[in-house]
Design a protein around this ligand. Structure first.
Ligand SMILES: [Zn+2]
Length: 672
């Protein structure tokens, strides 16, 4: 099956190879929002995503489905001071502390090369995780994270790291000769065993997906052409490795978690225009999950959440590239099934990593293993893809909620380390990974999370600019000769301000999100009241000729409100605007540093001291009247006379750390 000489010309031959710019222009929405947006144009914005003719330019595939809005290149958005910038800086610090040679240890050994540094601990080498076969997943996440961070900050240190790893993987691939690069301690054995359906444990394709995604992102975000060449050879190895499997055998192999193999192979197809990669991407579509979803049947109860979400991201990507409606139906239905019926107030989902029947929310509330952070990472990725096709506020609302209440919330503000679960168990706490002895899945996605906030704020098409999130940042829209500076201390401040810098006047429709949590948004243009929108969940459209120095100010009044646990009107979370408030329940049993743990499996087995969690007494719908602002720190509140046995102080969940908390409150009627 390998056909390197004839088929990879467009990748390896620089003369014939299109520039990265041309590739970015041609490949469309799905590969990476951040790299494609600045060159995307839409002649017409229609009510529905248009099915355009599929054409291919030299070496790349144009998507069949035209996106209605795309994000900007990550390099065109810079974060300014605020919680997201702080999170990005903490993440950057951690990335620079890690040593690539330690992540490359097993890759080099497998290729017959000598190691340059000892392997890291945790999932990378130690018991009890050897059996899950995640060795090397960290390198893949790290390669993605450094490439993203380079695009997001222009800090060359990240490009050097990304380039170094790609060079090393290329050397390993050349030395190993087969095309495979991997870090399993027993080389290709796990991939052979899973192909042959031998008894084994572990998730080798899941791990390979991370390595392949890292190579893709090094190519797309940090312009490393060699990364694509290594990726193509690795993808060809995957074809050769699976070519003799019947469809039934292949589907049986897919019963084991395999990450987003269908997505990354679809991207390889999009980047090379080689149909063999599309064929393999479609073989990696797990029919047992795809078919019911495409028929709008929710069969998710009991399934492993973070196994399914990446599959659906792949379905969605394949819809963009092929136009096949089952992929579209499955991804739309899945998103609604998860967000509408299976999601906690923070945007997280699942317990012990598995979807449970929505009627059982209450019994899962006591778990210390709810809301795995990877699940939210991947739901956000899917959400942004769906927004591109259907730019609706529901998707942007979910992004905002999940970014503050799950993603910002997942990072230790002191060490920069990441949560695995975010426990809903009353009185429990956030536990974080160690820097070099854990390397959980959520450590890997956690490295990526804070490098890519810039791709969630603004979206555009030829004539419209979407302001989706209220995050201090600058946007440079080169094609329009436009720069937008957004200044805000949101959510501590209930407004945001946009200033336009433009060489020439620009005709543009600015679409400012009117969030569902806000009753009325008032817009001022150049200091004068312009309009008030009273339609939450829509965009405020500001169409005019914008000139240098123009300003737009949006007032976004926030209010306290409650949100019930799905199906349980008398168990509520308390929110202020989009921000989930957590009750502060002290530090019993904690000493500094004790919430940094090696082993994610110990969530719930430790820190089980008894903690009194108040019940709130009153009518659920009127509780917020008894919640007052506290003096001192911004966004701090307290209950007043409704807490039994005592009132409680509240603060944003995303800020709570090294402290026990409660998210959902049982409400008891006064009469009982
Ligand atoms: Zn995870």
């Amino acid at each position: 099956m390998r056909d390197d000489e004839s088929s990879n010309t467009s990748v390896r031959n620089n003369e014939k190879c299109p520039t990265r710019r041309q590739i970015i222009k041609a490949i469309g929405a799905g590969v990476v929002f951040a790299t494609i947006g600045d060159s995307f144009t839409v002649a017409e914005v229609s009510a529905n995503a248009q099915v355009a003719e599929s054409t291919s330019s030299a070496g790349v595939v144009k998507p069949v489905i035209t996106p209605r809005a795309t994000a900007f290149n990550l390099a065109d958005v810079r974060l300014l001071d605020g919680p997201f910038r702080q999170a990005q800086e903490l993440d950057a610090r951690y990335l620079l502390e890690l040593e690539p040679d330690r992540m490359l240890h097993n890759f080099r050994l497998n290729a017959g090369l000598t190691s340059k540094a000892p392997v890291y601990g945790g999932w990378e080498s130690k018991e009890p995780w050897v059996e899950i076969r995640c060795h090397g997943h960290t390198l893949g996440h790290y390669l993605t994270a450094c490439s993203l961070m380079f695009a997001a900050t222009a800090d060359e240190r990240f490009k050097h790291r990304s380039d170094y790893i790609v060079r090393e993987l290329r050397d390993c691939q050349q030395a190993g000769k087969s095309g495979l690069v991997c870090a399993f301690p027993d080389g290709a054995a796990p991939l052979n065993e899973i192909r042959e359906a031998k008894r084994f444990v572990g998730v080798p394709w899941y791990t390979m997906h991370k390595i392949m995604a890292g190579l893709r992102d090094a190519y797309l975000y940090s312009d490393n052409r060699s990364a694509l060449a290594v990726l193509v050879k690795l993808s060809d190895w995957a074809i050769a490795h699976t070519t003799d499997l019947s469809d039934d055998q292949f589907q049986r192999m897919l019963n084991t978690e395999h990450g987003g193999m269908n997505e990354v192979l679809a991207d390889v197809y999009a980047l090379t225009n080689q149909p063999r990669f599309l064929k393999l991407a479609e073989r990696f579509c797990h029919r047992a999950v795809l078919e019911p979803l495409a028929q709008s049947r929710d069969t998710l109860d009991g399934l492993h959440s973070n196994t399914q979400i990446p599959k659906v991201i792949g379905f969605n990507r394949l819809y963009e590239l092929t136009g096949k409606t089952e992929y579209n139906a499955a991804s739309n239905f899945f998103w609604r099934a998860v967000v509408d019926n299976r999601t906690f107030v923070t945007g997280g989902n699942a317990d012990r990593e598995h979807f449970f029947p929505p009627k059982d929310f209450l019994q899962h509330l006591d778990s210390a293993k709810t809301m795995e952070t990877c699940c939210t990472h991947n739901m956000l990725k899917l959400t942004k893809m769906l927004f591109a096709r259907d730019p609706s506020v529901i998707y942007a609302d979910y992004c905002e909620r999940a970014l503050y209440n799950s993603i910002l919330a997942s990072q230790d503000p002191d060490s920069g380390m990441m949560t695995y679960f975010q426990p809903t168990r009353p009185g429990y706490l956030k536990l974080y990974c160690t820097p070099t002895d854990s390397f959980w899945c959520c450590t890997g996605t956690g490295m990526e999370n804070h490098a890519k906030h810039g791709e969630s704020i603004y979206f555009h098409n030829a004539s419209e600019l979407y302001i989706n999130l209220f995050i201090s940042s600058t946007l440079t829209w080169k094609d329009k000769g436009l720069k937008i500076t957004q200044t805000t201390r949101f959510p501590e401040q209930e407004k945001t301000r946009l200033q336009i810098t433009a060489a020439e006047p620009v005709v543009l429709c600015l679409k400012v999100r009117h969030p569902s949590w806000c009753r009325a948004v008032t817009i001022k243009v150049n200091g004068h009241r312009f309009l008030t929108s009273r339609q939450p969940g829509t965009y405020v459209e500001l169409s005019r000729t914008w000139r240098d120095g123009d300003t737009i100010e949006a007032q976004l009044p926030m209010r306290l409100h409650t949100e019930p646990l799905p199906g349980h009107a008398n168990v509520v979370a308390i929110m202020y605007g989009p921000i989930v408030l957590a009750g502060r329940l002290g530090r019993k049993g904690l000493v500094p540093g004790s919430d940094i743990i090696v082993n994610e499996r110990t969530y719930g087995d430790v820190f089980n001291d008894h903690v009194d969690v108040p019940v709130l007494v009153g009518e659920a719908s009127k509780l917020v009247k008894q919640i007052k602002r506290s003096k001192g720190a911004a966004l701090s509140f307290h209950t007043s006379g409704i807490g039994q046995a005592h009132d409680v102080n509240l603060m944003p969940y995303y800020r709570i750390a090294h402290e026990r908390y409660n998210l959902y409150w049982k409400v008891r009627s006064v009469d009982v």
